[in-house]
Design a protein around this ligand. Structure first.
Ligand code: GDP
Ligand code: CA
Length: 314
């Protein structure tokens, strides 16, 4: 029997954990459609944090303690930039700089960003396909009391402290989906929406014209995984963001966001009491332990999600 094609929509850290689980299943051919809306230029270099987190994780290069960045990293280049008077609040390690230099040089030569991302993943030994949802520029902006700021300014420099009044995704209306992303959705046996931030990781993927439509039109079942456990995030600002933007901050709020798109929503055992509310919102609730603390846990959850998918016919 051929391997099952799983297409995963993923942000950074939460998405990469789910990706690692599927990558560990021998009978899965994994394609990850990542988020490019966190991308930003630093020191003249194009940095793509969510894509790099997925790449480094699947390559086994990730810093396991923090969940992002390369292990065994140093900050000498950043020290020099600081001495030279540059703003260095965005931590970029020396090894990581190598990747940003490479990506920026190739982009300057006019290469498609998705081709660069694919080649980088292969060069690092990643077996899964890493696909960009668009080759165009889409950037999340956050409205705070101090006005509109860039996503990394909010996330890294200000440590998610400001209250979020609104979000926008600059460039998204004019962005075109990549043929690779559309093909990965159309050809999937199973489409999974990772337990990523629904508002700043998944929405800027689904909001690219043609992507949500391709998810809806795909023959494959669509399973989302809740990033909220007992009404709280494992990490990051998704819960506060959801509250600030008028969403219910629990698995039902996640079900409401993915209603019409996901046929089922995996919710944590701690949220079993919310199953009725999830079903009323649209998706069929599937109750499983969803906290991924080690590779065995990631793999177990991925296997349980795969078990929801029918065997491929051809
Ligand atoms: P970012 O781009 O690095 O912020 O990462 P993502 O958007 O991919 O993921 C952030 C979300 O992942 C947060 O809302 C977390 O609650 C969620 N998350 C992280 N680890 C886990 C986990 O083990 N299980 C579940 N269910 N959610 C998780
Ligand atoms: Ca991110």
């Amino acid at each position: 029997m051929r391997r099952r094609r799983v297409t995963l929509l993923a942000g950074g850290v939460g998405g990469a954990k789910m990706a690692e689980g599927f990558a560990a299943l021998a009978d899965v051919e994994l394609t990850v459609i990542g988020n490019v809306a966190d991308d930003e230029a630093f020191h003249g270099l194009w940095v793509s944090p969510d894509i790099d987190t997925v790449t480094y994780t699947l390559a086994g290069l990730i810093n396991r303690d923090q969940g992002w960045g390369v292990a065994d990293e140093a900050g000498r280049a950043l020290e020099v930039l600081k001495t030279l008077g540059e703003d260095t609040w965005m931590f970029l390690g020396d090894r990581d700089f190598g990747l940003h230099i490479h990506r920026t040089a190739r982009r300057a030569r006019g290469e498609r960003p998705s081709v660069i991302a694919r080649d980088v993943a292969r060069a690092f030994g990643v077996e899964a396909e890493i696909v960009l949802p668009t080759d165009d520029r889409v950037q999340t902006k956050v409205e705070t009391d101090a006005g509109w700021i860039g996503f990394q300014d909010y996330f890294v420099r200000q440590q998610c402290a400001p209250e979020v009044k609104a979000l926008r995704y600059d460039g998204i209306e004019a962005a075109r989906p990549t043929p690779e992303a559309l093909a990965a959705l159309a050809g999937a046996d199973l489409i999974v929406i990772a337990p990523s931030n629904p508002l700043v990781s998944i929405r800027p993927i689904l909001g690219i014209p043609g992507i949500a439509e391709a998810v809806k039109q795909a023959a494959a079942p669509v399973v989302a995984v809740s990033p909220l456990i007992a009404g709280r995030v494992v990490k990051g600002p998704a819960d506060r963001m959801m509250a600030a933007l008028g969403h219910r901050v629990d698995a039902v709020g996640i079900a409401e966001i993915y209603a019409g798109l996901a046929g089922s929503l995996v919710i944590d055992e701690a949220d079993a009491a919310l199953a009725g509310g999830v079903r009323a919102a649209g998706p069929e609730p599937v109750i499983r332990p969803t906290l991924m603390t080690d590779l065995a846990g990631k793999r177990r959850l991925a296997g349980e999600i795969l078990a929801l998918c029918p065997e491929p016919v051809a």
